[in-house]
Design a protein around this ligand. Structure first.
Ligand SMILES: NC(=O)C1=CN([C@@H]2O[C@H](COP(=O)(O)OP(=O)(O)OC[C@H]3O[C@@H](n4cnc5c(N)ncnc54)[C@H](O)[C@@H]3O)[C@@H](O)[C@H]2O)C=CC1
Ligand SMILES: CC(C)CCC[C@@H](C)[C@H]1CC[C@H]2C3=C(CC[C@]12C)[C@@]1(C)CCC(=O)C[C@@H]1CC3
Length: 345
């Protein structure tokens, strides 16, 4: 008869642990004495003490093998937001998350911490100090966000303290830091192609950018405070730097830090948004003959020209969250970590 390993509260699996956020989470969990396994479609790195289980989270059998003996699961896997494959988003973020929940229940996992996104309430218009009780977006800005909404609902609805199955969702916003494959590389690529001369709107819109170590801190606090009688059960929590910043000041700090010029000329938000929409339509029309990837998508233009910052008061109150790294230090560490992306004279 096969013996089932008894779940240990310090044994956890990070689904998506090869990614940007996942790797920081794995490193911090190890530092805090957890025994950590990674489940991912790829092995992003090697780390002593970490076992990698390679597989697709839509494959319940593969998941079950990796979950043996674990009591805690962090689910931070997703296709990249910039990928425009709707079927993939649906398969991984919705169907795959259902599979993760089933596998966790079958394997006797007690807690799941989902990485959701603050964008689940964002519709392309201003959000100032948004709280978690804002309704989910009726018109999400893209299909990635649409599937993040459904994913969050599934995970939170599965919370069942009576059965000892606890879930919580962390909603970060604009994660940045060393090794980020998205924000800084996209920005530098745009600057190198001469596309960062203009700022969209009047430049005063405030946005949250959250240093990756603060996001990790929020995840671990949530895991440790999640108990059958705690207010965290089945709830979502914004995790931010708690320092909203002007979008274009933040972009300029990164650009100037890496030796590029800050954007100088203003373009009206509405005009750029309409142009981005038209360009997007053209891209769709041309798709059968060529694949174009515009830098200024309607989603990016909306994010660049509106306010979107969120309150993390609920996380402070229920889990004692406070950001550990300031925005200023986060930007300095990020800029220093990309010597290969600096402007060459
Ligand atoms: N980067 C950001 O600014 C924000 C990210 N998020 C969320 O944070 C989470 C982590 O994002 P990042 O670390 O930035 O992304 P990432 O792309 O670096 O990491 C995602 C990981 O998931 C893995 N993965 C994808 N499909 C999989 C599948 N079918 N089976 C197993 N593994 C799979 C990938 O291989 C990758 O290692 C995601 O859920 C994302 O939606 C939320 C808010 C903001
Ligand atoms: C070309 C410029 C106008 C913009 C360059 C920077 C952008 C690449 C980033 C600015 C805000 C970022 C952001 C995300 C991805 C990268 C940015 C668009 C997310 C969409 C990532 C996934 C989420 O869940 C929400 C994020 C919001 C902010």
């Amino acid at each position: 008869m096969a013996t089932r390993i008894r779940p240990s509260s310090k044994r956890c699996v990070v689904i998506g642990g090869s990614g940007f956020l996942g790797r920081y989470l794995v490193e911090q969990l190890l530092d805090r004495g957890y025994s950590v396994s990674v489940f991912d479609i790829r092995q992003g790195y090697e780390l002593p003490g970490v076992t990698f289980h390679l597989g697709d989270l839509c494959d319940k059998g593969a998941l079950l093998a990796s979950l043996e003996g674990a009591s805690l699961v962090f689910h931070c896997a997703s296709p990249a937001p910039s990928c425009d494959d709707h079927a993939l988003f649906h398969r991984v973020n919705i169907d795959g998350t259902r599979t993760v929940l089933q596998a966790c229940q079958e394997a006797g996992v007690q807690k799941i911490v989902l990485t959701s996104s603050a964008s689940v309430v964002y519709e392309g218009t201003d959000i100032k100090n948004g709280m978690e009780d804002l309704p989910y977006a009726k018109k999400p800005i893209d299909y990635y966000t649409e599937t993040k909404i459904q994913q969050e609902r599934l995970v939170l609805e599965a919370c069942d303290p009576e059965k000892g199955f606890l879930t919580v969702a962390i909603r970060p916003h604009g994660i940045f830091g060393p090794r980020d494959p998205q924000l800084v590389p996209i920005l530098v690529d745009a600057a190198r192609r001469g596309k960062m001369k203009f700022l969209i709107g009047d430049g005063t819109n405030l946005v949250d950018f959250t240093f990756v170590e603060n996001v990790v801190h929020g995840h671990i606090l949530a895991a440790e405070r999640l108990r059958p009688d705690s207010p965290l059960c089945g709830k979502a929590y914004h995790i931010t730097n708690d320092e909203p910043v002007r979008f274009w000041d933040f972009m300029s700090q990164i650009l100037v830090g890496l030796g590029y010029d800050a954007p100088r000329y203003r373009l009206p938000y509405r005009l750029v948004y309409v142009l981005a929409l038209l360009l997007w339509l053209l891209v769709l029309l041309l798709r059968p003959v060529m694949k174009l990837r515009p830098t200024f998508t309607p989603m990016r233009v909306a994010l660049a020209g509106t306010h979107h910052y969120y309150s993390c008061a609920r996380a402070k109150q229920d889990m004692g969250y406070q950001p550990l790294v300031s925005l200023k230090d986060g930007v300095t560490r990020t800029v220093e970590s990309y010597p290969h992306l600096r402007r060459v004279a």
